[in-house]
Design a protein. Structure first.
Length: 436
């Protein structure tokens, strides 16, 4: 089966009734294939009850309109940094008011266009006050991600629906509870990190996990797997270890960088790729940064040169790990960051109520209900970005894994940029044609 997509954008001047129409074809990415990928025991079938009876609306029922063209490559399945979303919408949702990026779905004009079920049409609409700005690219995505969006940078507002969020259709699996932390899931191995307060040491262990491959000795409860010790190192600082929270991990070309919060400070540890030794460390203190650390946000930048942290006033900052006095406040456009990181895509980091773009150096609200996920998460590393891994912070750490619904299923770079303003309404007709 092949799918060909065609986009028609209609801008109607409400004063004169004149309609400007723009036509373009799109390319399909590997986004759908990635969502359907088998992840062993990390997450179950993609065909949950909510999905399997209406695939075309659940898996292709969202739309995202961006201000910048995207690279047309089948593997370009996640939004890259430095790009703003102008408008969004999804099947089944009618929206008025703030955020003005979010439009509505026209169910009357949408649906199958022939008896053979070879042509399907999604129709999305925006009023004169909605979706205003530059549009250079239109992408189909999942229904929930069409609702959540990629950051409301124009309205700086948000709306929430607890049936449509970053976890919808994830079929999230509980991988077990323990006092140690999952550090990363890489090449069907799960790596743990733990502290031994009595010996003032840090230990990394690993075990096989059924992800890309299955061993009959694998267990779904990852903390019960047979572990192999990788490395134990003594605390490199002069301050005794107290407890580990807020783990963040980045796997770079030649090393692995790990940060964690430990009783009023952060430790940032650098290991070689094989985790055979501790090569360097940075101790990030409140005195060195002139910050009073809060207990909500902390994670490493994509290149692990900066630590992103919040203070006790819920402001968020970047701390330069090569010069701790170099602290920069991040602009929070319309949102107070209220919880921890869910997952990252390169330089874009998705929190429970917002998205932080390193290149833009701003945090924008997304349509995600932070109230449903008040517990904090640790930022564990997952090689395969089609699924996420996360830890909930509690006395016993709970490991979770699930499918990501934030894929770009299509990329349609417009032949000429469209700019909508408040004198115009907009209709986007996205037609999908199915061929053998």
């Amino acid at each position: 089966m092949r799918i060909k997509g065609h986009t028609e954008i209609q801008l109607t001047d409400v004063r004169t009734g004149k309609v400007k129409t723009f036509h373009d074809d799109n390319m399909m990415t590997n986004g759908l294939a990635e969502f359907m990928k088998n992840h062993g025991m990390l997450c179950g079938t993609p065909f949950t009850d909510a999905v399997k009876n209406d695939l075309i609306n659940t898996l292709l029922g969202g739309i995202l309109l961006f201000d910048t063209a995207l690279t047309e490559n089948v593997n370009n399945t996640r939004l890259t940094d430095g790009i703003k979303m102008t408008a969004n919408a999804c099947a089944g949702v009618t929206h008025t008011g703030d955020p003005t990026e979010l439009g509505s779905y026209d169910a009357n004009e949408s649906g199958w266009q022939n008896a053979a079920h070879t042509v399907y049409r999604h129709v999305f609409t925006w009023t004169t006050s909605q979706g205003n700005g530059r549009i250079a690219c239109a992408c189909l995505t999942s229904k929930p991600h069409g609702y959540v969006g990629e950051g409301n940078s124009t309205s700086k507002a948000q709306v929430t629906d607890n049936t449509l969020d970053l976890f919808t259709y994830s079929n999230e699996e509980n991988l077990g509870n323990n006092t140690k932390m999952v550090l990363m899931i890489k090449d069907s191995e799960v790596y743990f990190i733990s502290l031994d307060i009595s010996t003032d040491s840090i230990t990394i262990t690993k075990a096989h996990i059924a992800d890309d491959e299955c061993d009959l000795r694998d267990l779904k409860t990852v903390f019960n797997a047979v572990e192999e010790e990788v490395l134990t190192v003594q605390n490199p600082t002069s301050t005794a270890l107290q407890g580990m929270q807020k783990v963040s991990c980045r796997v770079l070309s030649n090393n692995v960088v790990v940060s964690f919060y430990d009783s009023g400070r952060f430790l940032v540890l650098t290991f070689p790729s094989n985790l055979g030794s501790l090569t360097s460390y940075v101790e990030v203190t409140q005195q060195a940064t002139s910050l009073t650390f809060g207990n909500m946000v902390s994670f490493l930048s994509a290149d692990a040169t900066k630590l992103i942290v919040s203070d006790n006033a819920n402001k968020i900052y970047t701390v330069d790990l090569s010069n701790l006095a170099n602290v920069t406040e991040i602009v929070q456009d319309g949102v107070t960051v209220g919880s921890s990181l869910i997952y990252s895509s390169g330089k874009r980091h998705y929190l429970y109520n917002s998205v932080y773009d390193e290149t833009l150096n701003k945090v924008y609200p997304i349509n995600q209900d932070v109230g449903d996920y008040e517990y904090a998460s640790q930022d564990l590393y997952k090689t395969d970005k089609t699924a996420y891994g996360r830890l909930t912070a509690s006395t016993n750490v709970q490991a979770m894994a699930g499918r990501r619904n934030d894929y770009l299923a299509t990329i349609n770079n417009l032949s000429s940029v469209v700019t909508k303003d408040s004198t115009q309404t907009m209709k986007v007709i996205y037609t999908l044609t199915f061929t053998a």
